[in-house]
Structures are given as structure tokens and as C-alpha cells.
Design a protein around this ligand. Sequence first.
Ligand code: GLC
Length: 477
Amino acid sequence: MTLLFAASEIAPEASTGGLGEVLAAIPHFLSANTGGGHEVAVALPGYPSLMAGASPLEVSFSLSVGDSLQPVAVFERTQPDGTQILLIHNEAFFGRPGIYGDSESAYPDNAQRFIFFSRAVVELAKRMNPAPQIIHSHDWQTALIPALVKEQNLPFRTVLTLHNLAYQGSFPASDFALTNLPSHWMSPSGLEFYGALNLLKGGILTADVLTTVSAVYRREILTPEGGCGLHAVLGQRAADLHVIPNGVDPERWTPLNDTVLAAPFSADAPEGKEACQIQLLDELRLLPNPTGVVFAMLGRLADQKGFDLLLPLLPRLLSSDSRLIIAGDGDPSLRADLLIACRQHPEKLAFLPRWDANFPQRLFAGADVLLVPSHFEPCGLAPLHALRFGCVPIAHATGGLLENLSNFELSSATGNALLYYADGTAPLWDTIVRAKLLFQNPLAVAKLQENALRSEFPWDKAIAGLNAIYSRLTGEK
Ligand code: GLC
């Protein structure tokens, strides 16, 4: 089959979190290059980080976006694993350092940028030979594509994956003009939602098939509490809403890679983790030789991730000779809070608003515990990556975290994480205390770390699920 993915992120070059990770993995495993059997291309905006080393294709056209005529040049680049990337180049929209904004705020023209991108992908698909049979969109940034395909009666089948309902691409109704769709689309049965333009809603109503990233999250988003306002819209499509669970590429996320780590290690030979911890603390200029736990946190600086719960706990968390390393980009006010906290605890707390491509591996290899106090979490890939390096998640059991992690029981020596079940500062703190006590018991820690290191999250299930969906949509095997 010929498959065209459309998304706003791909790891490691252009990624803010899990979305980019998934786009680095799924096309890879579906592609003929890796035995996946399909012709796969990924359409992405031509960000500077991706344009470096890309070559122009003989495809260019212009698009009217609202009243402005926008040039489109298509560039091609091949990822180290052989994945073909098609870049929609438009200097004015994508020749910027950020994906969605700069360090102060979101770009004010994100509606234009991603409506333009979605429309350009559809124009590109029309010009591709062989034409894609499926266009698979991800999140609000490409959720307009199924509506465009419907409106133009194009022969492509469409799939939309919902990675996070909290981001809907909701813009003032006046931005509807940028879609150049006939006006009847700006109605309750189309892109209109409570008087605004809602790109995700349009995609939910028009894609042939919807998927989301864990069974628990699927259940949550069909309820008023978890649906971020869209539960009723999703309810109309419940029969077409499938679960495609995210996985972890064992070759990319492995503590055996000694070109990235101070020392390789594994469940059978875990000793190297100590050298990785020494290197991590040294790299971040934190006090060496902690007698307490080395905690880490990695993720978008967003309310979802529970920074509000963690911030008041910092002084207590850093007592008893612990360390904490936070890597995250996003909300400027959270960034300011974290920078201030770093000044108060310069030897024990490090905060990185930016990091290099291999930093997550070094962080997970060096840290004992990953904090995941998310209020909600569709899947949560960072804890799955952390486990691969024997870094144990403390997590709120919600969404994908509830599905993929299991609570450690000392008596049976089972489980790979420390879970708490009610959202809030008190249960989080109780679990941090539980970790601090547990880490004073070397035998228990060794078992917990071994369970973590033996955790696997193969992509097979997702790939089989997608193959079944694509076959059903195209009638092909
Ligand atoms: C979003 C979600 C996260 C999920 C990721 C990949 O970032 O917030 O939970 O793991 O998408 O699907």
C-alpha cells in the first residue's frame, strides 16, 4: 500500500514530545525498508532543522490561503533509517526557530501556518505518483485534511490519530476563511464549535477512521470529564474510534548504546548505571555522591504535566540529599518558576529548557526515578523510555500510565513503577516518600530496577492494528 503520513513533528529533529516520537517510529516500522511492506512517506513542514540537507523536488505550486497567495516548494529528505520525508517549504511560515512558537508565546499565525500546511499536503498528494491510498493525520495541526479530502471527493482514505484532546486547534471563527472551504462547513456538523473554528472537531467528524493511543484514554475521552468538551462529538464516532497503543523502539531506547552513555548496562549487568549517574550529575554541575534519590522529570512545560503539584514540594523533595533534574520547554510562566527554583537550590536542582538529541537517554540512564504527576496522560512515552534505562516512574495512574505501568509490590517483587491513584499533591508526596524509603533498601531497589530494565513495549501491536485498519479501508492486504 502507499501511505502518506502528515504531521507537525518528527523526532529527533523537530519534536516537542510524544507526537514526534510516534512519527519517528510508526512510518519506520510500516515501511518496506524495514520489512513493513508499505510505500511510506511523511509530510512535514519545512522547518530549518529538517531543511538542512534536504533536496528540492520538481513539485511547486501556489495556494490561496484566505486572501493571500502562498508559494509551496516541496523538498525531500531521507532519514538515517530510510524513511522518506516530504517537506512543505514556505519560508514565511516555517523558516522560524520554533515549531509552534518562541520562548515567550505561541506564534500568532498558527491557524494560517497549519491550515496552509494541511492544504498543501492535500495538493501534494494529488500530484504524487503513485498516489497515496491513505493519508494518516495526527492531531489538530493536520486534522483539516480529512475535510479537504471529503470536500474535493478525492480517492484517498483518511485516518486521524488523537494524541491529546486538550489541543484542538481552536481559533476565532474569522479564521475559517483561511480554509477556503464552502461556507456550509462552518456549521455544527462541520468545523464550527461553540462559535469558534475547531480543526480537531472537523477531523473527528470527517476522517474515515479515528485512533487514539491507549484503551484507558479512549474510555476517558468519551466522558464529559475527559473529553475536553468533545466527548459528545467523539461519541458520534465511537464505533470508528480504535486503540493503537504506542510502543518503544528497543534499538533507539537502549542502555547498551555506549556511544551515548558513560557505560552500557542491562538487566543482567546493571553496574554501568552508576557511571551514568556520576556523568549526569557532573554534566549538570550538581553536587556529586548523593546519598538520596536522583529524580528526573521530562516533558512539555504544560499544566497537563502536573508541575503545579511538584513546585510546592521542591524544598521537601530536595531534602535528604536528593537531586532533581527537570528538562522541559513550553509555558513561559512555568519556565520562570523553575529558573527561580534553580537559583534557590543551585547544587541540587537543574533545569534545562533545551537539550541535545541524546540528552533524554543520558537523563534516564543517570536518574533513579522519573516523576510523572500528569493530571491526565493519553499515553505518556517518557516513562516508557525511562523504564528501558532502569529509571523508575512515580506516576499518577491515569490514561496510558495506568495501562502501561504496574505498581511495585515488595512482597511479590512484581511491578515496574510507583503508582498513586488520586490526583493531587498529597498522594504525589506520599509516593515520593515511598520512593525515598525504598531506595534505602538495596535489595528492593535492585529488584525494582531489574523489573524496569526488563520492560518492553513492542510496536508490533500498533503495527498489526494499523495494518488491519488500512486493509479494511482499501480492501487490500
Ligand atoms: C501526546 C500525549 C502523550 C502521548 C503522545 C504520543 O504528547 O500528551 O500522552 O504519549 O502524544 O501519542
